[in-house]
Design a protein around this ligand. Structure first.
Ligand SMILES: *Cc1c(COP(=O)(O)O)cnc(C)c1O
Length: 233
């Protein structure tokens, strides 16, 4: 571990900054951007494309919240990694196909990408079958991008109600990924407003480039990949 690094500026270290050092730096920035009056936001370390050797020291250092965007990749890495510690929380943050629901329910603790009735129905049934209750976030396509996953903001209230009442899903919050070219603030504000009027108190929003803005809008979960593990190739 590179303990000689300047914590204010890990990128200026002689040795490449370690994921553990980067995460500590992110946690400090999160703490500095959060009012003491509210619960500490959760930093989800996004480990897509990151090998197990790089993830292991982060678990050993005590971190417990991780995110993956593909079921297959998670299935190859996490059964072994989970053995390193108890109380691990693994979040699915990428699109979920209905034919992967059974595998996903067995692997993950939280599904952040619930966005259509067919998926919600299958998740509800599979959780009953496996006797597992996974926290669910409804993903909202706040930018209404045609290629992007997520429910249309205009349909969000109805879909949240349907997930709860019809499919008996434990919906705990909302998640969004704003358009890369947009100023993210209006998207975070919209997500917060939809959550408020639906009585949901968890907001998964903010990534490496914009998490401090997301925290100003009440993010309870930030999803950080490249700022911890370096740029993905
Ligand atoms: C990859 C990914 C992240 C992390 O992105 P960074 O910019 O590397 O922090 C967050 N959320 C989702 C949905 C992702 O796919």
């Amino acid at each position: 571990m590179a303990i000689s690094q300047d914590p204010q500026n890990p990128s200026r270290a002689d040795t490449p900054p370690s994921a553990v050092a980067n995460l500590a730096h992110i946690q400090a920035r999160v703490a500095a951007s959060t009012h003491e009056s509210r619960p500490a936001p959760i930093v989800i370390a996004v480990t897509k494309t990151v090998p197990v050797e790089t993830i292991t020291p982060v678990i050993i250092a005590g971190h417990r919240h991780f995110g993956e965007n593909r079921v297959q990749e998670a299935a190859g890495k996490w059964p072994a990694l989970r053995k390193l510690a108890a109380n691990m929380t693994l979040h699915l943050i990428g699109p979920l196909q209905t034919n992967k629901v059974s595998e996903a329910v067995g692997l993950f603790d939280t599904i952040q990408t619930v966005d259509r009735p067919k998926l919600a129905e299958k998740l509800g049934r599979e959780m009953d079958t496996q006797g597992r209750r996974l926290d669910c976030f409804v993903q909202v396509n706040t930018g209404r991008e045609p290629q992007k996953a997520g429910v249309d903001p205009a349909d969000a209230d109805r879909f949240v109600a349907q997930c709860r009442d019809e499919f008996r899903l434990p919906v705990v919050g909302l998640m969004c990924v704003p358009p890369v070219t947009d100023e993210p603030s209006p998207h975070f504000a919209l997500l917060r407003e939809i959550a408020r009027r639906n009585g949901l108190n968890r907001l998964s929003m903010g990534m490496s480039g914009d998490f401090e803005i997301a925290l100003m809008f009440g993010a309870t979960h930030v999803r950080i990949g490249s700022a911890i593990f370096g740029a993905r190739t």
